[in-house]
Design a protein around this ligand. Structure first.
Ligand code: ZN
Length: 489
């Protein structure tokens, strides 16, 4: 079932309706290719009789009219029937909800290929990272992601050029915060990452890519404290932010060095891993520390206090470690399978085998959920992103939705989980005045969902229209366009 559309813009089908902003601001001219995926494009759009989940964590408000004008949210009023007008599209959204577009904070534009993966989950080197420049932006937008951080890039020029093409209206996709190449230390299983050997190299890398237009950075597992410090200082000099998927450096060390964000919740903190040496990654990558950390104990409180007092955000990436939760998870979504190549689908099932988790894994999953709750309760800024890769069973867009469901499993209310995946990301990026919540004056980045995710979070999977800057993209058309592509391009 689709929203009943009263199409009153006479020129709608053949001509782009201009979308001239209230303040004279002009939306980009959409290419014929992008227009293929557009369902609503009038200067004024009225969403009538819709439930509003505003992204601030406030309760949902029933039966509202939301007016979009020139790419901005113009008004939110009590629900009422609206007469047709020549310059507007009126959608009757009884039974639907709107929420802000997702701000995905651990999203990638690549796939991870594991050559010759077998049933024992063995594979051969080198692990490769093919670009998903075609399919990923469409999957993200289809799933309701209107802004995302790439959280580490492999083909950074491709990501930068993609961002320009999306912003120019040439290609459909979300707004991108392009992260520079992974700032990785001397050793790594990833041959496509820079393997940096000195603080000078780190600074030169940051400077080069900041000059090229990168807007964020990410430190990776084998970086040393000295190199991380050099990266943080250089990134901050450029007025940008840096996150880390760390291992050789512990969370507390990184917080004290001034990092802005830490990836994968609390599962990559190696502080109490056995045999932890300064500047060297451990075998358990932090799982041991998390498994033995009592979320109510003094070590956990001390860690959370250190992060909060240093204003370090934490990015929850629950979908990528959901396998640790053991059996009994929901069935695979058919739409996800449809998006993949046959090879990607085969690998997906090999990787998804829900073997009984090791005791340590089950414990670290439980502790992860509790630590995320405790971090937020202590005033920490929790962000969300799925970490879509081929090394898990997580896909762009679908994974962003799953992340919100898993935050609810962690104990957040549905509206809190939605806030974490929307306004919190915007706040981290310093864009909380433009995006991340539904309020007059903000960008018209919002998603139309059948049902009520404020009551039943799985309704978040029923996205039908995704408004980005006031233009409504059709989820089904975007998904149809990438059928059988994810994993190849
Ligand atoms: Zn990642």
């Amino acid at each position: 079932m689709s929203p009943k559309a009263s199409v009153t813009c006479l020129r709608l089908i053949l001509i782009l309706c201009g979308a001239l902003g209230a303040a004279g601001q002009t939306a980009p001219q959409l290419s014929p290719l992008t227009q293929k995926y557009v369902r609503v494009i009038t200067p004024r759009v009225v969403l009538t009789h819709v439930r509003v989940i505003d992204g601030t964590g406030a309760s949902a408000v029933e039966d509202q009219n939301v007016t979009l004008l020139g790419g901005k949210i113009a008004a939110i009023e009590k629900g009422a029937d609206v007469a047709k007008a020549d310059d507007a599209m009126v959608l009757d959204l009884h039974g639907y909800s709107v929420m802000p577009g997702i701000v995905g904070m651990h999203n990638h534009l690549f796939y991870i290929a594991l050559p010759d993966l077998d049933a024992h989950q063995h594979y051969e080197s080198p692990v490769l990272i093919p670009q998903m420049t075609f399919s990923a932006p469409r999957l993200y937008l289809a799933g309701g992601v209107t802004t995302m951080r790439t959280t580490g890039s492999v083909e950074t020029y491709a990501d930068l050029n993609l961002k320009r093409d999306i912003d120019a209206g040439k290609i459909p996709g979300p707004h991108l915060d392009v992260t520079g190449p992974y700032l990785e230390g001397t050793t790594s299983i990833f041959t496509q990452m820079p393997h940096l050997t000195s603080s000078e190299q780190v600074r030169a890398t940051v400077d080069y890519w900041a000059d090229m237009g990168v807007t964020s950075f990410k430190a990776y597992m084998n970086i040393s404290r000295a190199e991380l410090k050099a990266a943080i200082d250089e990134v901050h000099k450029r007025g940008l932010k840096i996150t880390g998927h760390l291992c050789s450096v512990t969370f507390k060390e990184a917080a004290e060095l001034g990092i802005d964000d830490l990836e994968h919740g609390f599962s990559t903190n190696t502080e109490f891993d056995s045999g932890k040496k300064l500047d060297v990654c451990t075998a358990s990558d932090g799982h041991e520390t998390l498994a033995r950390m009592d979320p109510d104990g003094s070590e956990a409180k001390d860690l959370i206090q250190t992060l909060v007092s240093h204003h370090v955000a934490v990015t929850s990436t629950l979908p990528v470690s959901e396998g640790e939760a053991g059996p009994g998870r929901p069935p695979v979504r058919q739409q996800m399978l449809d998006a993949m190549t046959p090879q990607a689908r085969e690998d997906f099932f090999l990787l998804r085998q829900r073997l009984a988790p090791k005791v340590e894994e089950a414990l670290s999953w439980k502790h992860e959920l509790a630590m995320e709750r405790a971090f937020v309760a202590a005033g920490g800024l929790l962000l969300s992103g799925p970490d879509p890769t081929g090394s898990g069973d997580v896909l762009p867009g679908f994974g962003d939705q799953r992340g919100i469901e898993l935050l609810v499993e962690a104990g957040f209310t549905p509206v809190q989980a939605i806030q974490i995946a929307t306004l919190n990301g915007a706040t981290y990026m310093g864009k909380q005045n433009e995006i991340g919540s539904i309020a007059p004056g903000k960008n018209a980045d919002l998603i139309v969902i059948k049902g009520d995710p404020s009551r039943q979070i799985s309704d978040i999977e029923n996205v039908e229209i995704v408004f980005k800057d006031g233009i409504g993209y059709d989820t089904q058309k975007l998904l149809d366009s990438v059928r059988g592509r994810y994993g190849q391009y």
